[in-house]
Design a protein around this ligand. Structure first.
Ligand code: DAH
Length: 348
């Protein structure tokens, strides 16, 4: 084939392709087009094969013309393919239309539960004094909850803390003092110890200010020289931190099997400033927590030398503090999951 002849055939091939591409209406017919004009059995492939018969002088120009033909055919295919792709995309965009002017979903920010507001506040306070936080299980042994806290099986103090039995030796802990036994065991007779243990406890109780579940924060300090004065100062600082610097703090003698001597701490009523009102039951004082010097017997039965070590402990009711601080009327509100109740404690 001469160059002249090829140019003519080539033009005819392009004319044919131009005509045919107008009938291409979908991917299937586009593929047919590709096969016919660019595929293995196309004229184009034959033309390339016929290159070898072209006379030497025309080979170069023949090659150029051939490549030109291929480029033109290819671009016919490419344009159509791009048009199909675009049409497909347009159809999809049309179908998946989103109205970006619609208002978005409202993301409401939660608020801290008043129970945990107290836990966090008290924890921060004690971390500032160099305490660490200890933890213990809510399902606890009778031994840790009672016996190692110096409350033997038949001790009348057990009556005040009637809890829920799992079996003869296992209960839902009735106070966080059980964590004292765990902390002392872990320390293996070696002080100093300075911990708080916040957590849930359980008792057979049910009225507006007592429920079967509530929270306590236990504190335990053991060293060679921790004194009763240290206890009074620590708790006074805590109570003023919680209820205001103007609060007066009063300590009354009390009894707990695990402390000796034992005291209970009251604060002057923040509602009436000590004059007497319904909140303080007209006494001017509000009872807040129990505490005392760790009973040497507790030290001994938990593997500590009571001649070398001494210390103090305290237990504070989380729900009670929250109820007083925020004026909450019923302890059940803490766990009935009423969003309207919790929402009141949102900090804007
Ligand atoms: N465990 C006591 C209770 O639940 C509270 C308590 C009193 C804890 C005095 C103490 C303490 O650590 O020293 O009633």
């Amino acid at each position: 084939m001469t160059l002249e002849e090829f140019k003519k055939i080539s033009q005819e091939e392009i004319n044919k392709a131009n005509e045919e591409i107008t009938t291409v209406s979908d991917e299937q017919t586009l593929n047919n087009f590709k096969g016919r004009f660019l595929g293995k059995k196309s004229h184009l492939t034959d033309f390339y094969a016929s290159m070898r018969d072209v006379v030497k002088e025309e080979k170069k120009d023949f090659g150029i013309a051939l490549n030109d033909l291929r480029a033109k055919l290819q671009s016919l295919f490419d344009e159509k393919e791009a048009a199909f792709r675009q049409a497909k995309l347009n159809a999809r965009l049309e179908k998946e239309k989103v109205d970006i002017t619609l208002p978005g979903y409202n993301n409401t920010l939660g608020s801290k539960h008043p129970f945990y507001a107290v836990v966090d506040d008290v924890t921060d306070f004690f971390l500032g004094l160099g305490y660490t936080v200890a933890d213990g299980p809510e399902v606890e042994s009778d031994r840790n909850n009672f016996e190692l806290m110096n409350i033997p099986k038949d001790h009348p103090a057990r009556d005040m803390q009637d809890s829920f039995s799992i079996n003869d030796n296992t209960i839902l802990r009735s106070h966080t003092s059980s964590v004292q036994a765990r902390v002392l065991a872990a320390a293996q007779g070696k002080g100093p110890i300075k911990v708080i243990c916040p957590g849930k406890v359980y008792r057979r109780d049910n009225d507006a200010t007592h429920s079967h579940q509530f929270g306590q924060i236990e504190g335990l300090v053991i060293s060679e020289d921790a004194t009763f004065a240290n206890l009074l100062e620590t708790l006074t600082l805590l109570l003023r931190h919680l209820f205001g610097e103007k609060r007066e703090v009063r300590f009354r003698p009390s009894f707990f099997p695990f402390t000796e001597p034992s005291v209970e701490a009251d604060i002057s009523c923040f509602e009436c400033n000590g004059k007497g009102c319904s909140l303080c039951k007209h006494t001017g004082w509000i009872e807040i927590l129990g505490s005392g010097m760790v009973n040497p017997n507790v030290l001994r039965i938990n593997g500590f030398d009571d001649k070398k070590y001494q210390g103090f402990a305290f237990g504070i009711g989380i729900d009670r503090v929250a109820m007083l601080k925020y004026g909450i009327d019923d302890i059940k509100r803490f766990y009935t999951n009423d969003v309207q109740f919790i929402d009141q404690f949102r900090k804007e």
